[in-house]
Design a protein around this ligand. Sequence first.
Ligand SMILES: [Zn+2]
Length: 338
Amino acid sequence: MSSLPNYFAGLDIGGTTVKTVLVDERGEQVGDMVEVRSHVKEGFEATFQQLDSAIEQLLAQVGAEPSQIKGIGMDVPAPSNDGVIWGQANLGDDWVGTNIKEAYSKRQGVPVYMTNDGNAAALGEYAVRKKHMGGLLLVAPGTGLGGGLVLPGGRALEGANGLALEIGHISVPHREENGELPQCSCGLYGCLEAWVSLVALRRRIAAALEKEEHKDHPLNDGSPIEEKAFRLRDFAEQGDELALAIFEEQGRILGYGIADLVRVFDPGLVVLGGGLAESEFRHQYLKFVEEGFRERAWPMYVESPFEPGKTTTRFEWALGGDSAAALGVAYSARELFR
Ligand SMILES: [Zn+2]
């Protein structure tokens, strides 16, 4: 009988990078995260080779044998149903329709848990809050709007088809000044993502800078819109009115969306992720989000009617950082396969 320790690997497969971690039987990370540039566009076989090599590196860091890995957690930036990928998103063509979970499980000879990147990040936020036992809703504005829900006890809500928590595509009660709704990347009009993503932010800035009153704004300097969007946060931190107004609108609308999600799931804890989680400006931004939330949420979702001052929905910023998703799926593999 072997007394060697057991490990669980977490593999976060993204469009840009592949991040991998190892956790032990207590769920503690061992060694450092191994991160490589993603080859997902070249197909899943190329990615499997990267994963194999990352796992070897992780094992070498702790001086362990492959047989000490008892399970693997994996996440992909696409919807999947029991291991079969349904939509392409950022992946190469051959991923769609393939049972990735089964194929990699056979290759490594251990069970694999697979989910999407939003759920993985939510599981990671759950895993790093060691004492948190309740539900957790992750809302992460970035290029799009990611989300995930962890149920009390630590399992992600996947949905019957692995399609739950596409939170970017719920609609919100807000319109442009001319009454129109922005078109979303999914083709629909008025989706939450079409208001709060980075793409939406660029559209907002471009429209605002065209107005007469903002002709002399320092952002009207001919720089590319991507750069303007990046700099807007600095302007907001310095109290620039235009930057604050844009973020206020965006934050409030995000709050509207969260109010509806809270009415459906009552998670108790809402974790905000995305790029803003690491900026100083996040404190101010959260105030905007909470304002929007309170505007649309019923009072009992904000504060207990029986214990005045007792918050019923708490907001926190993401803590997991870069390795949240990899840790989240490693955590789930440990829960499922230990
Ligand atoms: Zn949409």
